[in-house]
Design a protein around this ligand. Structure first.
Ligand code: BES
Ligand code: MN
Ligand code: ZN
Length: 521
């Protein structure tokens, strides 16, 4: 898609050469300054063919006095970028089936076009235009829309142009994340995710990608991660992405994404209804890859590490059983009371691995708990952090990107139920406050750096008729990384590492029984 910014004002607006003109108006100022467009809008309002209520759209064919053969009027609730995006999405539905190759977008009086509005436009176009087709040959043809021109004044140009570029990069990342999420688990395996990461590494020169195989993970002592793979015939992978845009001395931000390509629950098997949606259990991994896609395109001056532990969670004769005790890379032992609480088991080892980067901050992203969906529904992602500054930065990034999060507590008191008689920790607490106990579990592995956890169980995909990945929270994460780059990591500085202390602890712990590899032939 080709995005442009053009300066035009007053009577020039109706003379813009495009296949369709989209005019976004909001209630207090239903004018554009162009007499032809304004007359049409006033007439439509007077005849009650259109209304200035959010969501109302009027499609006009061969509008009088307008050069473009189509005019779409769309009402926004207010002048915010959020309302602008919603109005664009509504209007795009009206031209979706029509032969529009070039769309020009005009914001009416009172709607100041800034970077956020421009970015919202790009994300709306990408969102509406996305079609999943990888395993669906009968999917509808892609729309013919290939050029979008945003029209505004000279003084808005710089901000709007920046917003268009950022929007395109984020849209590429969001689309990648949606595409990976939607791909069925028999296509999207850990091996496939590793290939996709490698492919990104080849495409962008500031991006390096390494993949650790089972033998390397055994050597590192990732007994918790590996315990989740015991029932699966698919080999696990540990993907490491490095984007080096900052000075060598600058501490990196580390993103850790849960990459369960299918979560059957394991021996603690899930009920059948809706189990297909557990192909989306790699949404955290997808959002990390999507964020790297966006960041590699925008090239901010920052260092970014991505860690993706990825495997399947399957039942079998070799699968981990409830009550088994595993030894994590940190040295802490874990009683696997429920094999369906597998996300935290793969994340904890990745979080320990993150220590070696002496990070400025670590953010993990995971479709971690059904309890988070109960708490927050599908609007906000759950945010958990022991660090107020980091939490604030992530919340603000979410607001800015219209990809919001809501903070929940991580007090140690919630961790009482994680006590075990047979290991340092159990992997589940009670049913109540389940999203929080999961976060408290993770916090036991993050003592040496600033850390936050995003539970995206409710935001990573949609169910029902519109079932599919959302690409969230690529918008939030990309905005967070860009803001940190601009601040030169000023807000978030590395804390002294406790790695040596942890290594000593790990050395003291008993080794688990060797795992007999599953025969797959
Ligand atoms: N991937 C699921 C979480 C999930 C469930 C996300 C439903 C979205 C919708 C996770 O691995 C899981 O199974 N969590 C369990 C934890 C429980 C056993 C403590 C859950 O939420 O039920
Ligand atoms: Mn599970
Ligand atoms: Zn899971």
């Amino acid at each position: 898609m080709d995005y442009r910014y053009t300066v035009a004002q007053g009577p020039a607006l109706s003379q813009i050469n495009a296949d369709a003109l989209l005019v976004i108006l909001c209630s207090d100022h239903a004018t554009t300054g162009d007499p032809a467009v304004d007359a049409l809008a006033q007439e439509a309002l007077a005849s009650r063919d259109w209304d200035l209520k959010a969501g109302k759209v009027l499609y006009l064919h061969r509008p009088v006095g307008v050069k473009a053969p189509r005019l779409v009027l769309s009402a926004a609730a207010d002048s915010s970028a959020k309302a602008f995006k919603a109005a664009v999405v509504k209007a795009l539905a009206a031209i979706k089936e029509r032969d529009v190759a070039h769309l020009a977008v005009i914001a009416g009086a009172g709607l100041t076009l800034d970077a956020a509005h421009a970015q919202a436009l790009v994300l709306a176009v990408a969102d509406v235009g996305y079609v999943y087709r990888h395993t669906k040959p009968s999917a509808p043809k892609a729309s013919g829309l290939h050029k979008v021109t945003l029209v505004g004044t000279t003084d808005q140009a710089a901000g709007a142009k920046a917003g268009l570029s950022q929007g395109q990069a984020v849209a590429h990342g969001v689309t990648l994340a949606r595409e990976l999420g939607n791909r069925p688990a028999n296509y999207c395996t850990p091996t496939f995710l590793a290939h996709e990461a490698k492919r990104l590494g080849k495409e962008f020169k500031h991006l390096k990608v390494d993949v650790l195989e089972r033998a390397a993970l055994e050597k590192l002592g990732m007994g918790s991660f590996l315990s989740v793979t015991n029932g699966s015939a698919e080999p696990p992978k540990f993907i490491i992405l490095r984007y080096e845009g900052g000075a060598k001395s600058q501490a990196p931000i580390v993103l850790v994404g849960k990459g369960i390509t299918f979560d059957s629950g394991g021996i603690s098997i899930k009920p059948g209804a809706g189990m297909d949606e557990m192909k989306f259990d790699m949404g955290g991994a997808a959002s990390v890859l999507g964020t790297f896609r966006a960041v590699a395109e925008l090239k901010p001056k920052v260092n970014l590490i991505g860690l993706i532990p990825t495997c399947e969670n399957m039942p079998s004769g070799t699968a981990t059983k409830p009550g088994d005790v595993v030894t994590s890379m940190s040295g802490q032992t874990i009683e696997v009371l429920n094999t369906d609480a597998e996300g935290r088991l793969i994340l904890c080892d990745a979080l320990t691995y993150a220590e070696r980067f002496k990070p400025a901050a670590v953010v993990d992203i995971a479709t971690l708990t059904g309890a988070c969906v109960v708490a927050l529904g599908h609007v906000h992602s759950g945010l958990f952090s022991t660090d107020d500054e980091l939490a604030q930065a992530l919340l603000a990034a979410g607001q800015q990107a219209q990809d919001t999060a809501w903070r929940l507590p991580v007090d140690d008191e919630y961790g009482e139920s994680l006590k075990s008689n047979f290991a340092d920790l159990g992997n589940v607490g009670g049913r109540e406050g389940g999203a929080i106990t999961a976060a408290v579990f993770l916090s036991k592995f993050t003592k040496s750096y600033r850390w936050a956890h995003l539970d995206i169980a409710g935001s990573a995909w949609k169910s029902g008729g519109a079932k599919g990945g959302t690409g969230r929270p690529v918008g939030l994460l990309t905005q967070f990384v860009l803001t940190q780059a601009e601040a030169g990591n000023a807000a978030i500085q590395a804390r002294p590492s406790e790695t040596s202390k942890r290594a000593k602890l790990a050395a003291k712990v008993a080794k688990p029984a060797a795992r007999v590899p599953r025969k797959t032939a």
